[in-house]
Design a protein around this ligand. Structure first.
Ligand code: NDP
Length: 452
């Protein structure tokens, strides 16, 4: 029988090899460390998982596509961006994961997101594999026509690699309903197929699911509520700090407010807003979803309860709960120390990997309930899988039905993570629980399907 310390040594060797074989991909290294460092107990307890080659296959994407995306701006100038699709693991179902359009996108970022997605999708229990894609295109300040031409060029290559039974992309940073519309239109034009299940996040009138836009934020709040319930508390009357002001942040604030909490912040890359009366969602949606503006104009229009802090850290605002909903590594150990000093009770990740490993460690040491993104923000991809199910059945469900399913899925994910952590002697450690539970499901399928 392999001991935990022998297993840990083998995992350390593998992590060193991952760094050598994937140079200059710090985000992917970070994500691999985060998962592999928690797997020693399960590999030691279940010898079949320690089979040579299983974890090595898991950390190597099944396929990685990189392509040129040329497009013309409104002045006729040609720009060349880079497109990516990493099809990481399809043991449980078609590859599933969003597309990110942001200047910081590179292969390492897409691989970190795709790797996380494998375990997240496994946790939903809905039969979806893990993938991710995107481009270093920056949509900020671009006209609708420019975004459309970019999306059409991007899909002109991507269509070869996707399909309802193969790989089903969705949105992520910089890719919302507008972009999914342009991408779907070009896919339909090139293939001459009405293949609704090829993309999720579509408009409700043409194959989209109700509650998909809300699902990630709503799901994260439900996960935070479940963590609080374990401690005999609920959301009523709690103050919450939320970062970001995009899709995830907006619907996080909406659900927090509906459940009686007071969400007092939002942010974007220019700075943050603190509003002691609670964020006015109608105003925020108008600025972000309609005008595609910046958060400083929220403070200008809201009146005396709100102020804009240029730059700065949203985590300086005292609160009971913190829900990071912008981007990776946005909450570091200094921020964690500030949150702890201010008495934070729970941190739940709406974004992917927003807390650095040092921050997570500090929060857990201080006894703060910590919900890792792959569990806490899985509601988005879960409702995407429900969108695929509706497309397959050529039907559409009511908002109430989708919301009920979402609530059940989030409760199940919470229970699974909680129970798995207890089973492996790590009570209350949702990071270990999520990683091991997701790993077990994928590893079982990989073992059953042979060395491929
Ligand atoms: P959006 O593009 O709708 O919003 C992103 C928000 O985060 C914006 O306010 C943006 O500000 C801010 N932001 C992005 N990058 C940075 C940065 N480098 N520095 C500071 N602020 C930044 O994206 P989503 O809301 O969809 O995604 C947010 C996070 O949630 C991501 O980590 C994503 O992977 C994750 N996620 C999203 C899901 C979904 O269903 N959409 C599902 C699961 C996870 P600015 O406009 O100034 O750039």
């Amino acid at each position: 029988m392999t001991t935990r310390s022998e297993t840990r040594t083998a995992l350390d060797h593998l992590l060193t090899e991952i760094e050598h074989r994937n140079p200059a991909q710090p985000e992917f290294h970070q994500a691999a460390h985060e998962v592999l460092e928690t797997l020693a107990p399960v590999l030691a307890a279940r010898p079949e998982y320690a089979e040579p080659g299983l974890v090595e296959r898991l950390v190597e994407p099944e396929r990685q596509v990189i392509f040129r995306v040329p497009w013309q701006d409104d002045q006729g100038r040609v720009h060349v961006n880079r497109g990516f699709r990493v099809e990481f693991n399809s043991a449980l179902g078609p590859y599933k994961g969003g597309l990110r359009f942001h200047p910081s996108v590179n292969l390492g970022v897409i691989k970190f997101l795709g790797f996380e997605q494998i375990f997240k999708n496994a946790l939903t229990g809905l039969g979806i594999g893990g993938g991710k894609g995107g481009s270093d295109f920056d949509p900020h300040g671009r006209s609708d026509a420019e975004v459309m031409r970019f999306c059409q060029s991007f899909m002109t290559e991507l269509y070869r690699h996707i399909g309802e039974h193969t790989d089903v992309p969705a949105g992520d940073i910089g890719v919302g309903g507008r972009e999914i519309g342009y991408l779907f239109g070009q896919y339909r034009r090139i293939t001459n197929r009405w293949e609704a299940g090829v993309l999720t996040g579509k408009g409700a009138g043409w194959g989209g699911s109700l509650i998909r836009p809300e699902a990630t934020g709503y799901g994260n709040v439900l996960f935070a509520a479940a963590m609080l319930r374990e401690r005999g508390e609920d959301l009523e009357g709690q103050t919450a700090v939320v970062s970001g002001s995009g899709n995830v942040a907006i619907y996080t604030i909406e659900k927090l407010t509906a459940l009686g909490a007071n969400a007092v912040t939002c942010s974007d890359s220019s700075g943050y807003v603190v509003d002691e009366k609670g964020i006015d969602l109608d105003l925020l949606k108008q600025i972000k979803e309609v005008e595609r503006g910046r958060v400083d104009s929220y403070a200008e229009r809201r009146g005396s309860s709100a102020r804009f802090v240029p730059g700065g850290s949203v985590w300086d605002v005292p609160a009971d709960l913190a829900l990071p909903s912008a981007t990776q590594n946005e909450l570091d150990e200094n921020d964690a120390a500030t949150l702890i000093r201010n008495g934070v009770k729970a941190v739940s990740e709406g974004a992917n990997m927003p807390a650095t490993p040092e921050a997570v460690h500090l929060l857990q040491q201080a006894g703060v309930a910590f919900g890792p993104g792959k569990a806490a923000n899985a509601g988005g991809v879960a409702v995407s899988a429900l969108e695929m199910a509706q497309n397959h059945a050529r039907t559409s469900w009511t908002a109430e039905r989708v919301e009920e399913e979402l609530a059940d899925i989030m409760t199940n994910i919470h229970t699974t993570c909680h129970e798995t952590a207890e089973r492996y002697d790590a009570p209350g450690d949702y990071v270990t629980g999520a990683n091991i539970a997701g790993f077990e499901r994928v590893a079982d399928a990989m073992l059953a399907q042979g060395v491929i």
